[in-house]
Design a protein around this ligand. Structure first.
Ligand SMILES: [Zn+2]
Length: 164
């Protein structure tokens, strides 16, 4: 939120500048990321920081977009593209029908791949609940991500950072 306010302020201040478009681009919190994803990117950094994982998604050069993913049942993807920026894509249909919490779940899952370099983890409790946000969604376990379980899942997410 602070960044968004700062951005608004800087745009206002910079509005009499000769080349305001260039100025604006330099001030974007997450260049190359759809602005609808910014709150979730910022939240991801904050939640990591609270757990001792300092991440800068800009430095990691992660881009993000929301667009239709043709493959069925795929809500998001993380692509590693050689020397190009890593790319998080969130399916636009999923995005439009989902709550803030479920959007967070999917964005954090993809950033788990793209920023934390985690693979899928299909661990499940004896009652069949997925124990990680990094579940693939292709096994039998079911998600129980809610305001009550969120802290557990985020602890789990940031405790198993893969090799960078
Ligand atoms: Zn995945």
């Amino acid at each position: 939120m602070t960044r968004l306010l700062l951005l608004a302020l800087l745009i206002t201040i910079g509005s009499c500048n000769e080349d305001p478009i260039v100025e604006e681009e330099q001030m974007l919190p997450y260049p190359g990321v759809d602005d609808r994803l910014w709150p979730y990117f910022e939240r991801f950094e904050l939640e990591g920081e609270q757990r001792g994982i300092t991440l800068n998604l800009n430095t990691l050069n992660i881009q993000g977009r929301i667009e239709s993913i043709d493959e069925e049942h795929i809500a998001g993807t993380c692509q590693f593209r050689g020397t190009s920026p890593r790319l998080v894509t969130i399916d636009s249909e999923f995005w439009n029908r989902s709550s803030d919490l479920f959007r967070e779940f999917i964005v954090f899952h993809e950033l788990g791949h793209c920023a934390l370099r985690r693979d899928h983890d299909e661990s499940a409790s004896s009652s069949g609940v997925c124990l990680s946000i990094m579940r693939s969604g292709t096994t039998d376990c079911f998600d129980q991500y809610s305001v009550n379980t969120r802290a557990y899942y985020l602890d789990e997410l940031f405790s198993k950072k893969g090799g960078i």
